[in-house]
Structure formats: structure tokens, C-alpha cells
Design a protein around this ligand. Structure first.
Ligand code: AMP
Length: 185
């Protein structure tokens, strides 16, 4: 059985939807750092207060804070059988830290969901009508896509070099994409 599986890909690629489905079918913990941070913002925690404006603007929360939050989360019992990381790592520093904190739970596989920029913008704008997410709007979407290109995309090569990366086309029928992903488990 796989331990940690990382879902990588730009905002709007469908990581959250697919990660949720896979985690429930394969009995894995679904760890979305975006969901966790939104919860902190809602609960007005110290981390939430720092994170709020960064989330709103589409910028990344500082590595140290997110790494600390994730390390704590991975210590929970529900992670023992394996977890899907959705939205982490997002920088090379986070990926390198993950190597250290996940000695016990090595990253076995990285799945990249790919989609082109126009499709992503269209999807996020349409999701924004119902998601209530403060960052699913014009300016913030542009920043999030830029941040992905600059900070997160280099992780594709990082994991490719380790030979654990699978690219999957994230454009098409949701069930077909799910079938492709589930073959990897
Ligand atoms: P997501 O729900 O994954 O699209 O994340 C929403 C927002 O949460 C991002 O735009 C960042 O502001 C923040 N965030 C989520 N995960 C991370 C991470 N691993 N590192 C830094 N910021 C993050």
C-alpha cells in the first residue's frame, strides 16, 4: 500500500475533487493544506490571522508555517494507513522538508493533473460563483496561476528525477480522469 501520494497541479486542475474521491475509495486521509488554512482563517487563529490576506491575494503562506501545520497533521492517527496530500508541497523548500518529515511515510507517488491556462481560469471563475472562496476571483486567479508557474511547477522536475511522477490530463470527463488516477493506486 502506498503511504504518501502527492497531488500536484495548477489551481483549478481538479486536485481537490479527485483527491477527495480517491481518498474515500482507498481509505486514505485527505490532507488539503488550502482547506486547513481556510479553517484557520474562519476560526481566527493566530495562523489564520497571518494567512487571511495572503489567501485573499492568491499568494503563498510562508513555508515554515505551512510545514509546521502539515507536520502536526501527519502525526494524527488517521494518517497511519496512508494519506493524499492535496496542495502540499508547493515550493521546493516544502518538498525538501517533506523528505525529512516523511521518513516514516515516504512519498511513493506524485500525480500531476494538467490543464491549460484558459481552461483553469474558466473553471475557477465558474467555481467562484458557488464556492464562496475569496480567491476565486479575477486578480487573485491571475496571481495564483503565476505563483504556480514560478514556485510550484519546478516540483515536476524534482519528482520526475526521482522517478515517481505520473502526468494525467485533467481536461475531460471527471469520471474518466478518476479512472486514470485510480489505476495508479
Ligand atoms: P488551495 O485550496 O490548495 O488552492 O489553496 C488556497 C490558498 O491557500 C493558496 O492560494 C495559498 O494562499 C494557501 N496555501 C495552500 N497550500 C499552501 C502551501 N502548501 N503553501 C503555501 N500556501 C498554501
Amino acid at each position: 500500500m502506498t503511504n504518501l501520494v502527492v497531488f500536484l497541479g495548477p489551481p483549478g486542475a481538479g486536485k481537490g475533487t479527485q483527491a477527495l474521491r480517491i481518498s474515500s475509495e482507498f481509505n486514505l486521509a485527505h490532507i488539503s493544506t488550502g482547506d486547513m488554512l481556510r479553517e484557520h482563517v474562519k476560526e481566527l487563529t493566530d495562523l489564520g490571522k497571518i494567512a487571511k490576506s495572503l489567501l485573499d491575494e492568491g499568494k503563498l503562506v510562508p513555508d515554515d508555517l505551512v510545514i509546521q501545520m502539515l507536520t502536526e497533521r501527519l502525526s494524527h492517527e488517521d494518517c497511519l494507513g496512508g494519506s493524499i496530500l492535496d496542495g502540499f508541497p508547493r515550493t521546493l523548500r516544502q518538498a525538501e522538508s517533506l523528505e525529512k518529515i516523511s521518513n516514516k511515510f515516504p512519498v511513493k507517488k506524485v500525480i500531476v493533473l494538467e490543464a491549460h491556462q484558459e481552461e483553469l481560469t474558466k473553471r475557477i471563475l465558474s467555481r467562484g460563483q458557488t464556492s464562496g472562496r475569496s480567491d476565486d476571483t479575477g486578480d487573485s486567479i491571475r496571481v495564483r496561476l503565476e505563483v504556480y508557474k514560478k514556485d510550484t511547477e519546478p516540483l515536476i522536475k524534482f519528482y520526475e528525477d526521482k522517478g515517481i511522477l505520473t502526468k494525467i490530463n485533467g481536461v475531460g470527463n471527471v469520471d474518466d480522469i478518476y479512472e486514470l488516477i485510480s489505476k495508479e493506486f
